[in-house]
Design a protein around this ligand. Structure first.
Ligand SMILES: Nc1nc2c(c(=O)[nH]1)N[C@H]1C(S)=C(S)[C@@H](COP(=O)(O)OP(=O)(O)OC[C@H]3O[C@@H](n4cnc5c(=O)[nH]c(N)nc54)[C@H](O)[C@@H]3O)O[C@H]1N2
Ligand SMILES: Nc1nc2c(c(=O)[nH]1)N[C@H]1C(S)=C(S)[C@@H](COP(=O)(O)OP(=O)(O)OC[C@H]3O[C@@H](n4cnc5c(=O)[nH]c(N)nc54)[C@H](O)[C@@H]3O)O[C@H]1N2
Ligand code: SF4
Ligand SMILES: [Mo]
Length: 755
């Protein structure tokens, strides 16, 4: 038995863990009290992690699909040799439009991204399709306009707030905030603090709240505008804050004055007195913050919702202080900045061939992927590399995604398991699990103290599985884009005394890359093969320049976190600490007043006036509620106690809710003569599923929910629980960001024999 430190890989909190590893199994799983953020906290799901590590769908060898759909085992050399030849041919014949990278890191594994993204350069492509672009890109776009860059990302300091608004977020189940259940309990038990939940369902979080506004689904924009209007009409905005830190308030205020408050409260179906109470309460609280999630991001008016939610905390001055919303630093960069107004003269954003869609935050949305594969003619995507994602189950319209993937000239899946998506691939490449390699995430989302957790392997890869750094480096070498050896760099890395902070190596690398510009995009793999030889784990090598850049940009805060060194050595010392500290490292400690330096607007002010959003406010005022032939609104993808994206495959991991039930209000169930446990049919414009009914008086009438994370065909079985994206469609999305309206899917429910 060994006991090792690592982290949970099931959600963006990545709580620190201490695990007893016995005979290949993750046995006793405890919270790690030394972890800088979770401090020993865990939720119910972490105890089940052995079901991720050990299950019958784990991959142990590279596989090649045969014409009859079966797979045969091949060697790594055969697989990578053939993949490299086919990629070269596709690029040389059709150019950069022909290749897309799909996925690239789930809830726990972003280090591999430093390596996998190099393949885009090798394929002359910029097309990264990511799940983040089916939830957060509307939000990133707004951040670009308000704060000057799409990767200026605000988070909320719920732990220290007196007044918290949860809008379309259920942190009791989904977490996403520091030690969610403890934090919620503390607010609940403190009479001086107020928690408001805005959600069509009385969620587990709403059960802890002081106030629950059970709005009609898809009406957040109306409700938020009504709240903002009340705030400016009653002069509850923070004029001193606005004068000091913002521009454009006058135009915004003029718009807000025009909002028909009572009408909009009615549209949202929330009593006006409640809207007023929350607007006033939030605006006058000493320290308030707003947390949103998929309930505003995967529903109608996605991008406008993001703008209004941010206006709420900005006009009330709840920004840049303890207990408010704050920008934070980023260590591993997750989000890019592709704001069309920031493109350098002579350059343009790479638009997709069919939808002419520009990237947001550097990513393209899953909703357009099938069309870009099937309908883009000569410029269509012909080859896809899919890594750490299971788009057949998780992207909108499983049937369309399958059809598109089946038409590809080359599809390669890198995963730890045989998934629904992998079954469609020409090659399936087995990756080491997250407990079998050095790993980390870019979920470094805290302020004023931010931390980074580099996890070391606690087990050996299974069979012939390889770690992603090795897979992608070998592929690039096989494609001939980088040589297999760099003798000079290897020698310098080996011989340089550790104390110099790899300065000699970094200088030599800089010279090599400036003399051989064609190698510049492949720095991660070059460092892995050369500097890696001098490190405890080669995969850490690209973190050195990242740590150096971070230390340069935030030198004062890095030193305040206890790291020492001169301008030249601080970064290398930070890098060393990151490798050494097995529970995670505090990388920076800011003062709240320093948050303003993280803004990227030239005047370091927040630009409140966003013309496109003002236009969206006008469009909203003209919107007439649509009559639909479907009587229900289905929320396709609820977070519950036993789902965790598509990370687990073995259904035995679940203690409850084995069927992934359809929740429905008792009155609706009565009207359809449905009882708990009955089978019902759920039909949408796109598909039909048979589901198990669970009666739930926490819902609004006319709203039903299905969970995310089910529908797995474990060991090629029939889908277990609802594969919800059979019900969703690629065109049911926000026209602007193309994020799907998963929380607002018109549906009909009936008894199976009723049709
Ligand atoms: N247990 C568990 N936790 C997870 C995950 C998981 O799969 N399982 N996944 C992780 C990931 S990737 C993510 S992105 C997060 C998502 O986390 P959340 O967004 O918190 O989770 P959801 O349950 O998808 O949606 C949140 C709430 O939105 C509400 N909602 C639906 N429609 C509307 C609306 O029109 N307006 C408002 N205001 N609310 C609405 C729903 O009732 C629901 O309570 O969870 C993370 N954590
Ligand atoms: N209808 C509907 N659809 C949704 C949602 C919804 O609410 N409703 N939620 C959306 C959201 S918010 C998200 S974030 C996505 C999530 O969906 P995806 O982007 O598909 O992400 P995961 O489910 O995390 O993907 C997990 C895959 O990564 C593999 N994996 C695990 N560890 C490793 C590793 O170390 N290396 C490699 N190479 N692979 C690994 C797992 O085996 C699994 O196949 O789903 C989205 N889809
Ligand atoms: S799933 Fe639970 S234990 Fe795991 S990181 Fe999220 S909150 Fe922590
Ligand atoms: Mo997500």
């Amino acid at each position: 038995m060994t006991t090792a430190k690592t982290a949970c890989i099931l959600c963006s909190r990545n709580c620190g863990l201490e695990i007893d590893f016995v005979d290949g199994h993750l046995k006793k799983i405890r919270g790690d009290a030394a972890h800088p953020s979770s401090k020993g906290y865990l939720c119910n799901k972490a105890a089940r992690l052995d079901y991720y590590q050990n299950h019958a769908d784990r991959l142990t060898h590279p596989l090649k699909r045969q014409p009859d759909g079966s797979f045969v085992r091949v060697t790594w050399d055969e697989a990578l040799g053939d993949i490299a030849r086919r990629l070269d041919a596709i690029r040389d014949t059709h150019g950069g439009y022909a290749f897309a990278f799909v996925g690239g890191g789930g809830q726990g594994n972003h280090l591999g991204g430093a390596y996998s993204r190099q393949l885009l350069s090798a394929m002359k492509s910029r097309f990264v399709y990511s799940s983040l672009a089916q939830e957060k890109t509307g939000d990133f776009w707004v951040n670009g306009r308000l704060f000057g860059a799409q990767n200026c990302h605000p988070m909320e300091d719920v732990e220290h707030a007196d007044y918290v608004l949860f809008i379309g977020a259920n942190p009791y189940q989904s977490h996403g905030i520091v030690n969610a259940r403890d934090t919620l309990r503390e607010i609940k038990n403190n009479p001086g603090r107020t928690m408001v939940v805005i959600d069509p369902r009385r969620t587990e979080t709403a059960d802890q709240a002081d106030i629950h506004l059970q709005l009609r689904p898809g009406t957040d924009a109306f409700l938020l505008l009504a709240m903002l209007s009340i705030i400016v009409r009653e002069n509850l905005h923070d004029q001193a804050f606005i004068d000091a830190h913002c521009t454009g308030f006058d135009q915004v205020r003029a718009e807000l004055h025009r909002v028909p408050v009572a009408d909009y409260a009615t549209r949202a179906d929330v009593p006006l007195a409640d809207v007023e109470r929350v607007a006033r309460g939030f605006a006058t609280a000493k320290r308030g913050c707003v947390r949103v999630d998929l309930g505003t991001q995967q529903t109608l008016h996605t991008t406008l919702n993001a703008y209004l939610e941010k206006l709420l905390y900005l006009v009330t001055g709840n920004f840049g202080q303890s207990g408010s919303n704050n920008l934070h630093t980023a260590f591993l960069p997750l989000i890019g900045n592709t704001d069309e107004t920031k493109v350098k003269p002579g350059k343009s954003l790479k638009r997709t061939a069919f939808h002419k869609m520009a990237p947001i935050g550097g990513m393209y949305p899953p909703n357009i992927l099938p069309d870009e594969i099937l309908k883009a003619g000569e410029k269509r995507i012909r080859a896809v590399f899919c890594d750490s994602s299971n788009p057949v189950l998780t992207y909108p319209d499983s049937t369309a995604q399958e059809q598109a993937f089946k038409s590809l000239e080359l599809m390669v899946v890198v995963d730890i398991a045989m998934t629904e998506t992998a079954r469609l691939a020409h090659y399936v490449l087995p990756a080491a699990s997250q407990f079998e390699k050095l790993e980390a995430t870019g979920f470094t989302l805290e302020f004023p103290e931010n931390y980074f957790h580099l996890r070391h392997p606690i087990a050996q890869p299974m069979g012939e599985a390889l770690r992603e750094p090795e897979i992608y480096t070998r592929l690039l070498e096989t494609m001939g884009v980088i040589p297999r050896q760099f003798p000079v760099l290897t020698t310098i890395a080996r011989n340089e005394p550790d104390l110099t902070g790899h300065l000699g190596y970094m200088t030599a690398l800089g010279l090599t890359l400036s003399r051989n510009k064609r190698w510049a995009p492949y720095g991660a793999s070059i460092m892995y093969r050369t500097l890696g030889k001098a490190l405890r784990d080669a995969a850490a090598a690209p973190l050195l320049p990242i740590a150096m850049a971070y230390a340069k940009e935030h030198a004062v805060a890095v030193r305040r976190a206890g790291h020492k060194g001169s301008l030249l050595t601080l970064g290398a010392n930070l890098f060393r600490a990151i490798i050494r500290e097995e529970s995670g490292t505090v990388i920076s400690r800011h003062e709240h007043s320093e948050m303003w330096s993280l803004l990227k607007t030239p005047d370091q002010r927040v630009h409140l006036h966003v013309p496109e959003m003002i236009e969206a406010i006008h469009a909203l005022s003209r919107e007439v509620p649509a009559a639909d032939r479907f009587p229900f609104i289905l929320m396709a993808g609820e977070r519950r106690s036993y789902n965790a994206n598509q990370i687990f495959r073995d259904p035995a991991w679940r203690k409850v809710d084995k069927h992934g039930a359809l929740r429905m209000h008792p009155d609706d169930a009565n009207a359809l003569s449905l009882a708990n446990g009955d089978i019902a049919r759920c039909t949408t414009k796109r598909g039909m599923l048979e589901v198990t009914v669970e009666i739930d008086d926490a819902l609004r009438r006319g709203v039903v929910t299905l969970p995310h994370g089910y529908g797995v065909s474990f060991q090629s079985s029939k889908p277990i629980g609802p594969p919800i994206n059979r019900l969703t469609s690629t065109s049911h999305c926000e026209p602007f960001s193309r994020t799907p309206f998963h929380k607002y899917v018109p549906a009909a429910i009936c008894k199976p024999n009723a049709i």
